[in-house]
Design a protein around this ligand. Structure first.
Ligand code: FES
Length: 157
């Protein structure tokens, strides 16, 4: 074995050990969580997100979802039209380590892709490791006389 192979192997072992040690120390860091790409980014004005008629039109059928965040990602809201037709707004951030949840239409539940926590559409924990429910927000929907959506307001307080 040449001297350079020994050096390469030693370097690999040291690097692997450093990565493993870093992963152990950094178990709550963002490399273990995931954030989904938002559908809409805008500032929350007067403590609320306001969606246009066109944006509201993307949430008309059961199972429709929309991800709305502030540009800095500090507020991350998941909108879902449940199978009963009710529109709900919940925090997108899993209460375990903060990954963004996804909607699983077949079970009408929110699921965290990182460690498998499951939440009901009321935000309640159905399966851990998450221990706390997702925050829920008040939603006001507007419709014209024909029942066409005119907008949505998500109140964040
Ligand atoms: S971040 Fe761990 S279950 Fe969601």
């Amino acid at each position: 074995m040449s001297q350079s192979n020994v050096g390469d192997r030693r370097s690999f072992i040291l690097t692997s050990g450093a990565v493993l040690a870093g992963a152990t120390v950094c178990s709550g860091c963002s490399i273990f969580t995931s954030q989904a790409k938002p559908d809409i980014q805008r500032p929350a004005t007067d403590g609320a997100f306001t969606l246009s008629a066109e944006e509201a039109g993307r949430l008309t059928a059961p199972g429709d979802t929309l991800r709305v965040t502030t540009p800095d990602g500090s507020m991350r809201i998941f909108l879902v039209r449940g199978q009963d037709g009710k529109l709900l707004a919940l925090s997108m951030a899993c209460t375990h380590w903060g990954s963004d949840v996804n909607y699983e239409a077949a079970k009408n539940q929110l699921v965290c892709p990182s460690h498998g926590s499951r939440f009901g559409l009321d935000g309640s924990v159905l399966e851990g490791p998450a221990g706390d429910p997702l925050d829920r927000y008040k939603v006001e929907e507007g419709f014209d006389g024909d029942g066409t959506p005119t907008g949505i307001r998500i109140i964040l307080t």
